[in-house]
Design a protein around this ligand. Structure first.
Ligand SMILES: Cc1cc2nc3c(=O)[nH]c(=O)nc-3n(C[C@H](O)[C@H](O)[C@H](O)COP(=O)(O)OP(=O)(O)OC[C@H]3O[C@@H](n4cnc5c(N)ncnc54)[C@H](O)[C@@H]3O)c2cc1C
Length: 377
């Protein structure tokens, strides 16, 4: 790159932080701009699948994630009444790929990344509101009146991105369901196991995240934008009579944020000129495969390798997008279909869901997931 080589990353979620660490490790001049005054600690957990752990290895953070999180060896599927439908030996995928599946609290993995920023600067209180670019660089404009210039701008600003609509008018699609995410200060009832319970049009899941804490999430079919300010009461009304420990986990949690789920169809490019996207800004997807953040982490590591060039920035960014669209578009599509299968509440879908867990040969299921969880760099 010529002239001002600074790379501006907008958003300090898991994707933006990973990109900043990976770029800094390659000796790049990086500055990260976050709209809020501190890291957005959404207070819940996440499953870092083997592909994310392999990608984190490239920036030296795989062991940190394993040590600060909790390795997950099994995936159990149960009815809302507690009946065991099946258990998958997902630990075998981690062993085959030499990268375990790890449950971790989001604040913990965000902190681990932030501690590894080195010379990369993280500026809080900078909400991007617009940008202009010319042949030599990009000017970013912020709500606080600041203007900053760099050679490249990476929109890592999440599903409700400000950067994406500047280049792409494709509207996000509402999935038809909403979710709650929470972290409770109770030991997980089944350490090493990720458990999911299924009702009619509703799901609860939980696993350990290390540090004696449990992560749980829930979802239900709902109209877009539906809100009840008392999310704990809302969850107890819906899930309060489910198999223990579901009600117990809800009762033991105070902060239960709710968000609707959206995705986007495949597009041929994510940005223009010196601007690109990563993570949910580029490819918001249903959470059904636990891949949104894993793909954001993959994006960050791979984008840094494409920007490790003295050549044409535009060409490097378009090549990065082409590679990542091939990887993420099929995953987003599969996550959308899987979400419909898991959330569906008509009898045909309920039967298909039950059959897919009960009768699908475990070997085939694991083989398919292993392919998905393989990070090829
Ligand atoms: C119920 C549920 C469960 C999930 N489970 C998993 C899972 O197990 N595994 C998994 O891999 N994924 C999971 N996901 C998906 C995952 O949470 C997201 O894909 C991931 O967090 C996206 O990361 P990101 O960095 O792209 O965006 P975000 O985490 O949204 O970060 C965007 C950042 O940009 C900042 N920002 C936004 N606008 C601006 C602006 N204009 N200027 C400056 N800063 C800005 C925001 O404040 C934020 O800090 C789940 C999602 C849900 C809803």
């Amino acid at each position: 790159m010529s002239g001002d080589d600074r790379i501006m990353v907008i958003g300090s979620g898991l994707g933006g932080l990973t990109a900043a660490v990976a770029l800094q490790r390659r000796g790049k001049d990086v500055v990260l701009f976050e709209q809020f005054d501190k890291l957005l600690e959404v207070g819940a957990g996440i499953t870092l699948n083997s592909n994310a752990i392999t990608a984190l290895r490239e920036i030296g953070l795989d062991k940190t994630a394993e040590e600060r999180g909790s390795v997950l060896e099994k995936f159990a599927h149960r009815s809302s009444g507690g009946k065991l439908i099946t258990t998958w030996d997902t630990g075998s995928i981690g062993r085959n790929l030499h990268a375990p599946i790890v449950g971790i609290s989001r604040p913990e993995i965000q902190r681990s990344l932030a501690e590894s920023l080195g010379d990369a600067e993280l500026r809080f209180g900078h909400k991007l509101v617009g940008l202009e670019q010319d042949g030599s660089g990009v000017t970013a404009r912020f709500e606080n009146g600041a203007e900053e210039r760099g050679a490249v701008l990476i929109g890592a600003d999440g599903g409700n991105s400000t950067v994406r609509p500047l280049f792409d008018a494709t509207p996000r699609r509402y999935s038809g369901y909403t979710t709650w995410l929470a972290l409770s200060n109770v030991e997980n009832f089944a350490p090493g196991t990720h458990t999911q319970w299924y009702g009619n049009g509703s799901i609860v899941g939980s696993h350990a995240v290390g540090g004696g804490k449990s992560y749980w999430y829930a979802s239900k079919t709902a109209p877009e934008g539906e809100r009840d300010p008392d999310t704990k009461k809302e969850c107890l009304d819906i899930f309060g009579d489910w198999h223990e420990p579901v009600p117990e986990m809800i009762r033991a949690t105070d902060n239960i944020p709710r968000s609707d789920i959206y995705d986007l169809p495949r597009r041929d490019r994510w940005g223009e000129g010196r601007v690109t996207l990563l993570g949910d800004a580029a490819h918001p997807m249903a959470p059904a495969l636990g891949q949104g953040a894993c793909q954001a982490i993959e994006d960050g590591v791979i984008l840094a390798s494409y920007l490790d060039t003295d050549g044409d920035v535009d060409a490097a960014l378009r090549a990065y997008e082409a590679k990542r669209i091939e990887r993420t578009a099929p995953i987003a599509k599969r996550a959308g279909l899987q979400g419909k299968l898991m959330q569906g509440d008509n009898p045909a879908i309920r039967f298909a869901r039950y059959a897919s867990f009960k009768f699908a040969p475990e070997g085939q299921v694991l083989k398919s997931f292993q392919k998905l969880l393989t990070f090829e760099g």
